[in-house]
Design a protein around this ligand. Structure first.
Ligand code: SAH
Length: 567
């Protein structure tokens, strides 16, 4: 069963050697190095505090090669918030000390021991129970779940006070712990899938050894499952996953119920009998309880949901924003983290990185959009988690429409079953406008000047009408080597309706290294000032410009039109 991949964060070149040794323990982990201080990191960050907090909030285990105090101060504002607490460790930059700081229940001590072993030092473990017994009873390995944390804490403090303990049920990992076992002990660790009210002297640990196979058509699904488990005297905590027929992949009740029960949802080849469905999908001996509609399959040992049936495939079309990581929405970052496959134009795929070794990149030429969209569905239909990358917003002259067109044309039910989502980004016109002030502060019109996929005549007509309507204009794809004359013609059309003093903003590579922003006028604008990496914003008759204190200029279009209202 998989654990989340940690991030190794370093502040200077002095830590790189130690970071690489730690990376050998976690080969998929990336080394995040501070810009201009670290050469040869896998990923470059600019701001330590925001980077660390973001990783923490995403639940990424953090191995920071710096003073423990820095890490504590940086994460302190987040510690009072509720939510998952990933493991956080501070490691001395020379590898001489490994200090687990947070995430006791997320396995931080296990990681501390693993890292310490690789660095040939001992981990600074401070958890009493763990020191005494060599394992954290409250943090069973994956495949097992603790019944109740508060009862568990009391149980461990009784043990620490010198009591002995009995172990009931099968718990292979506990055999390696140095527990003070005694068959007559008052305290007992009970491992099993049965529903049970814990006695005062009992620590309950549930193996995730149960699968419920169900159709989404069952009414009041979540309650029906809880009731079926209760009737079979099986603890809901023992549920490893929910299993459903693959003909019901899009059923909202299944997804909702799996989320509510906190278990993965998997699908297997449809059978009328749910018991049969479960037996085939689990692939090891199970006893089947329940009834025709809700079958409960119970195995002897914990089950790995990743090996049962398959998940519903997912396809997300994401917008990276203009380029800078700070301008990428958090939902896009998490989507990239969960992706198995990433498709897109090579430049954008590279911008979306860094990626882990287990993520597959499919880089293609910029013009192969429909082929890329179909390839994305083929991968997602296999149950993979697929991301198609666009710059800016995916719905603005980019991949979202191509993906939907491919789906619309397809009769393949597997494609239509994919969990498809479009995640927005900051489009180039908006990123450029924000840097200039608010040139699009009133009604505006967005046009692509590319006549690759539409006739030039329609572009001329739209330009003419938009300019006539006194809309501010945003030009995407303004010019390219194969389209050298179009921009000049477009500017002529605009000039029929707008004066030479009309403000113009040119944003080039906005949000990317070497970005430039120019404020000029329609009269002074010539096509040679523009290339395919430029955004052209043309003001309306009311757009105005005034100096900034720092020497530049602010451009804005007022919110009103006609006469300025009294304020
Ligand atoms: N989906 C993208 C647009 C793709 S069309 C978005 O929403 O931004 C490509 C055109 O967008 C380029 O020719 C250029 O005009 C503009 N563009 C994209 N990124 C840009 C950036 N970082 N700075 C300036 N213009 C950009």
């Amino acid at each position: 069963m998989t654990r989340p991949v940690p991030a190794i964060v370093i502040l200077g070149n002095g830590s790189l050697a130690t970071a690489r040794r730690i990376q050998q323990v976690y080969p998929d982990a990336l080394i995040h190095g501070l810009a201009e201080r670290v050469d040869g990191a896998d990923h470059v960050y600019r701001e330590f505090g925001s980077t660390l907090r973001e990783l923490y909030q995403q639940g990424t285990p953090i191995i920071a090669l710096c003073a423990a105090g820095i890490v504590i101060r940086t994460l302190a504002p987040l510690l009072l918030e509720k939510g998952a607490e990933p493991p956080v460790l501070a490691v001395a930059e020379d590898g001489s000390a490994v200090v687990p700081l947070l995430g006791g229940l997320g396995g931080v001590n296990v990681m501390a021991r693993e890292i310490a072993a690789a660095l040939d030092v001992s981990a600074a473990i401070t958890t009493s129970g763990e020191l005494r017994f060599g394992t954290c009873l409250l943090n069973p390995p994956s495949g097992y779940v603790l019944g109740d944390l508060e009862l568990g804490k009391r149980f461990v403090s009784d043990l620490l006070a010198g009591e002995t303990v009995r172990i009931e049920g099968s718990a292979p990992w506990l055999a390696q712990a140095q527990l003070p076992e005694d068959a007559q002990a008052r305290l007992a660790v009970h491992v099993g899938h049965a529903e049970r009210t814990p006695q005062a002297n009992e620590l309950l640990i549930y193996p995730r050894s149960v699968v419920v196979a169900v159709s989404g058509a069952v009414s009041d699904l979540s309650n029906a499952i809880r009731q079926a488990l209760h009737q079979a005297a099986i603890a809901v905590q023992s549920l490893a996953c929910l299993l459903a027929p693959d003909t019901e992949m899009t059923h909202p009740a299944l997804r909702e119920t799996a989320r509510e029960l906190g278990v993965p949802l998997r699908f297997a080849k449809a059978e009328t009998d749910m018991g049969e469905l479960a037996r085939n999908a689990v692939g090891q001996p199970v006893s089947i309880l329940g009834d025709d509609a809700i079958a409960i399959a119970v195995a002897d040992n914990p089950l790995d949901p990743l090996l049962i049936g398959r998940p519903r495939g997912r396809l997300a079309v994401i917008g990276l924003g203009p380029g800078a990581a700070e301008l990428m929405v958090p939902a896009v970052k998490s989507e990239l983290a969960r992706a198995n496959d990433v498709l897109g134009y090579e430049t954008y795929v590279r911008m979306a990185g860094p990626f882990r070794a287990d993520q597959v990149l499919h880089c293609t030429d910029n013009r192969e959009e429909m082929q890329r969209a179909r390839h994305a569905f083929e991968l997602a239909a296999q149950g993979r988690s697929v991301v198609v990358v666009s710059s800016g917003d995916p719905g603005v002259f980019a991949m979202a429409a191509a993906v939907l067109e491919a789906l619309h044309e397809s009769t393949d039910v597997h494609w239509h079953n994919v969990d498809l989502e479009i995640l927005p980004g900051v489009s180039a016109s908006l990123a450029t406008a924000a840097q200039a002030g608010a040139p699009l502060g009133h009604d505006f019109c967005v046009l692509s000047l590319s006549d690759n996929l539409k006739p030039w005549a329609i572009i001329e007509k739209r330009l003419d009408l938009a300019a006539q309507a006194d809309l501010a204009l945003a030009f995407y794809n303004p010019i390219s080597r194969s389209r050298p004359w179009q921009l000049g013609q477009a500017l002529e059309i605009v000039a029929r309706h707008r004066g030479p003093e009309t403000p113009v903003v040119l944003g080039r590579d906005i949000g990317r290294p070497g970005q430039t922003l120019r404020v000029t006028t329609l009269g002074l604008l010539t096509p040679d000032q523009v290339d395919m990496r430029t955004m052209v914003l043309i003001g309306s008759s009311l757009t105005c410009v005034f100096p900034r204190a720092d020497g530049g200029e602010w451009v804005y279009t007022p919110r009103w039109y006609g006469e300025k209202p009294a304020s």
